[in-house]
Design a protein around this ligand. Structure first.
Ligand code: PNS
Length: 156
């Protein structure tokens, strides 16, 4: 049986930090489905379709990774994907507090799906999508935040 994990998030945009977590996840699971949560009330920097395209381009040669857009509860998306785990990354204690609450809600509703926390490697633990958006808003390049070979201008 294949062990499938979903990695949910906003990914606006997907960064080098997310990439490091996906690398770790591939050592634990057979397949990783990156789920782009479509928050209908929030418009982002990138459209959800362009977020998906960026991730699909990055992993074009990696058949074990897929990017999908979803709406609704992450637990339902995990079940529909046939996943046994929800992956989330933790950089610091602020992340931890938020993740702890989300895990508890998901565990209550979907006890069959396990949330797996991965620690973001320290060399990329400073990277946040919100920082990328801010730096970009001031007109500076953000290449050092993005996975190598990915240029955000192609997805704006
Ligand atoms: O990258 P983010 O913004 O931290 O991602 C948050 C996301 C999309 C994973 C989270 O908001 C989410 O799961 N939203 C869907 C609603 C849901 O399932 N909430 C958790 C249980 S109440």
């Amino acid at each position: 049986m294949q062990r499938i994990a979903i990695f949910p998030g906003s990914f606006d945009p997907f960064t080098r930090g997310h990439e490091a977590l996906v690398g770790q996840a591939l050592r634990l699971f057979d397949r990783v489905i990156i789920g782009i949560g479509n928050n209908l009330e929030k418009s982002g920097l990138l459209t959800v379709e362009n977020r998906r395209r960026l991730i699909a381009d990055l992993y074009a040669d990696e058949p074990r990774i897929e990017a999908r857009i979803y709406t609704g509860l992450t637990g339902d998306f995990a079940r529909q994907a046939g996943a046994c785990a929800i992956l989330r990354g933790v950089r610091n204690t602020t992340d931890f507090e938020y993740e702890r609450t989300m895990e508890a809600a998901n565990h209550r509703i979907y006890p069959d799906i396990t949330t797996v926390m991965l620690f973001t490697p320290s060399e990329v633990a400073d990277i946040a999508s919100s920082t990328v958006r801010e730096v970009l808003a001031f007109g500076r390049t953000v290449d050092e935040f993005m996975p190598r070979g990915i240029h955000i201008e192609d997805y704006l």
